[in-house]
Design a protein around this ligand. Structure first.
Ligand code: BTN
Length: 270
C-alpha cells in the first residue's frame, strides 16, 4: 500500500492538542468493507477510536443498501465510536460527521458543501459520502461505526468528482496527498462528535445548515411543492409547502425522512 502511516500520524498530531477520540490506525490493502472490518475488531475488543483504512474495497457499503464502488485511489475509512445517544437520535452521528468533515475541508479552501442528508458535494457533484451503522441496547446506541468514502484520484461516475482533479482545475493543491486528506477527515469526524457532545444538537444543526447546499431549493413531494427550510434534529428534511394541486395553501410544513427522496446533483455549492 503506498500509504504512509507515519505521515498520517504526523498530520493528526499537528491537527490537535487534546485528542477527544484516541485514534488507533489499522491499514489494509484490500478489504470487503472497512465498516465490516471495524465491527469485527470491535467484537474482538477494539476500543472507540479504532480506525480501519483500506486501499480498495470489494464489497463497499453505501447508504440505503447500495454498493459503494471502491477502486484504488479513493479514501475508504471507518471509525469505531461509543456515543451516548438514544436510538431515535442516531442520525445525529451522520449530521455531526458531515458537518465536521465539510468544515475541516473548507478550512483548507476546498469549497465543499453538504447535500442532504450525508453527501459531500463539490461543484455540484458528489465528492464523498458517509455511512453510519449502529448497535442498540435498551433504546440506547451502545456502539457505532462511521464510514467515509471520498473520491481522491479514483475514477468517478458522471455525477461524481474527485478531489485531485478539482485541485488541478483550481491551480492550488490544499491536500498534499491521501494521508493529509485522511487526517482532515478523521479530525473532521472528531470535531463533529465533539461539537454534538459538548455543544448539543441545536448548535451542531445551525452549523450543518450553514453548509447545506439545498437550503431554499424547491422540491416536489407527493404533488406538493415545497421549499427546503432546514433539517430536524432527527435528520428529517423540513419543507415549507408553497402550494398544492389546486394552488390552495395546505399544511405549512412537512418533514421527510432520510432515504425517502433524492435531491439530485449539479447545483452550485455554498
Ligand atoms: C453513501 O452512500 O453516500 C455512503 C458511502 C459510504 C462509503 C464508505 S467507504 C468506507 C466505509 N466502508 C464501507 O463499506 N462504506 C463506507
Amino acid at each position: 500500500m503506498g500509504f504512509d502511516q507515519q505521515t498520517l500520524e504526523n498530520f493528526l498530531h499537528l491537527g490537535r492538542k487534546h485528542p477527544y477520540l484516541p485514534f488507533s490506525i489499522h491499514l489494509f490493502d484490500n478489504l470487503p468493507s472497512t465498516n465490516q472490518k471495524v465491527w469485527q475488531l470491535v467484537d474482538q475488543g477494539a476500543k472507540p477510536g479504532c480506525v480501519v483504512i483500506a486501499t480498495q474495497q470489494t464489497a463497499g457499503r453505501g447508504q440505503w443498501g447500495r454498493e459503494w464502488i471502491s477502486p484504488t485511489g479513493g479514501l475508504y475509512l471507518s471509525v469505531a465510536i461509543a456515543p451516548k445517544l438514544e436510538v431515535t437520535n442516531n442520525y445525529q452521528l451522520t449530521l455531526a460527521s458531515a458537518w465536521g468533515i465539510t468544515s475541516q475541508l473548507r478550512n483548507y479552501g476546498v469549497s465543499v458543501g453538504i447535500k442532504w442528508p450525508n453527501d459531500l458535494v463539490l461543484d455540484g457533484r458528489k465528492l464523498g459520502g458517509i455511512l453510519t451503522e449502529t448497535k442498540v441496547r435498551q433504546g440506547q446506541i451502545s456502539q457505532a461505526v462511521i464510514g467515509v468514502g471520498i473520491n481522491w484520484v479514483n475514477p468517478v461516475p458522471e455525477t461524481g468528482i474527485n478531489l485531485k482533479s478539482w485541485q488541478a482545475t483550481q491551480n492550488f493543491h490544499p491536500m498534499s496527498g491521501l494521508e493529509m486528506l485522511t487526517a482532515t477527515v478523521l479530525l473532521g469526524i472528531e470535531s463533529g462528535l465533539k461539537c454534538l457532545h459538548h455543544e448539543g444538537i441545536s448548535i451542531l444543526l445551525s452549523r450543518y445548515l450553514n453548509l447545506l447546499t439545498n437550503m431554499g431549493d424547491q422540491v416536489y413531494v407527493n404533488n406538493l411543492l415545497g421549499t427546503v427550510i432546514g433539517v430536524s434534529p432527527q435528520g428529517n428534511l423540513r419543507l415549507k409547502i408553497t402550494e398544492d394541486d389546486n394552488n390552495k395553501l395546505m399544511t405549512p410544513e412537512i418533514s421527510i425522512e432520510p432515504g425517502t427522496i433524492s435531491l439530485g446533483y449539479c447545483k452550485n455549492s455554498v
